[in-house]
Ligand binder design. Structure first.
Ligand SMILES: NC(=O)c1ccc[n+]([C@@H]2O[C@H](COP(=O)([O-])OP(=O)(O)OC[C@H]3O[C@@H](n4cnc5c(N)ncnc54)[C@H](OP(=O)(O)O)[C@@H]3O)[C@@H](O)[C@H]2O)c1
Length: 268
């Protein structure tokens, strides 16, 4: 099937590594003009060269100025407005994995709100007017399974992602009939380099495979394997995102797509 992504102007935030890198890679394979983003120019440039991207845009999205710089650099590299915005940058800014909701400080809640919710809001505010003017646009927000099924720990992160899901639905409704769709994609546990590095360090084995790390972590009950029987890979997310980004996907908006191997037990 031709997803009609050839030549479409795309910014994938947080594409210097992990899930974002996988998304940028697949969109570029589909012929889109992709801008790779991260906070580190060297890392982003390396990926951009590998996937033959249109360019890079560098900046910290937890500030207004950083987001404005990223948007300006992306528009310059693309030679036009951002038509498809993938708000993927994020992750727990505090790394809280052991503290319960009342042990986490207000500052930590605010920090995660800035880097997960407002990072997406800032860029969306900058990119959507051009999409509306062009009568075509796609905004895809990368959230998390924990937004709808939170753990007891890490509420600063999961709460910020829940707000992002909420923002998606409001914006989709507000952009009625203008050709711009807004959706959320929610990963479960995805094996990114950071998790592989964590596993290799934990087990003191620099060559340990993805499968072996998964087996050991499951054995230690760090998490359960979801019904799919394995953990996710960046390309699992990228496949769904390419579909939602396609000009052919105009009837899907305000939705939350779970890409979690069946981790979240919900009927919706
Ligand atoms: N991996 C999972 O299991 C999982 C599960 C659920 C949800 N997610 C979500 O998926 C997204 C990608 O996660 P990942 O696991 O692929 O993480 P990752 O490998 O750590 O990559 C995160 C990317 O986001 C960028 N980034 C982070 N904070 C930023 C900020 N304040 N401003 C600008 N760039 C920022 C990083 O840039 P630098 O190169 O500058 O660091 C990097 O490119 C995140 O939104 C995360 O919450 C991941």
């Amino acid at each position: 099937m031709d997803l009609q992504l050839k030549g479409r102007r795309v910014l994938v935030t947080g594409s210097s590594s992990g899930i974002g890198e996988g998304i940028a890679r697949m969109l570029a394979e589909e012929g889109a003009a992709v801008v790779v983003h991260g906070r580190n120019r060297e890392r982003a440039t390396k990926i951009a060269h590998e996937i033959n991207a249109a360019g890079v845009a560098i900046g910290d999205l937890s500030t207004d100025d950083g987001a404005a710089a990223v948007h300006a650099e992306a528009v310059a590299a693309l030679g036009g407005n951002v038509e498809i915005l993938i708000n993927n940058a994020g992750g727990s800014s505090t790394g809280n994995t052991t503290r319960n909701p009342i042990e986490i400080t207000p500052e930590d809640y605010v920090s995660n709100y800035h880097s997960n919710m407002l990072a997406a809001v800032r860029l969306t505010r900058l990119a959507v007017p051009g999409m509306v003017a062009q009568k075509f646009g796609r905004v895809i927000n990368v959230s998390s399974a924990v937004a709808v099924q939170p753990n007891n720990l890490g509420a600063d992160y999961s709460g910020a992602k829940a707000a992002l899901n909420n923002f998606t639905v409001s914006l989709a409704g507000a952009l009625k009939g203008v050709g711009v769709t807004v959706n959320t994609v929610s990963p479960g546990v995805i094996m990114v380099d950071g998790l592989i590095r964590f596993g290799r360090k934990k087990y003191n084995d620099e060559t340990m495979s993805f499968e072996e790390i998964t087996r050991r972590l499951v054995e230690e009950k760090a998490f359960d394997l979801p019904p799919a029987g394995r953990l996710g890979l960046p390309e699992d997310l990228a496949l769904v995102i390419c579909t939602l980004a396609s000009p052919r996907s105009g009837f899907v908006t305000g939705a939350n797509y779970r890409v979690d191997g069946g981790q979240v037990r919900g009927v919706n």
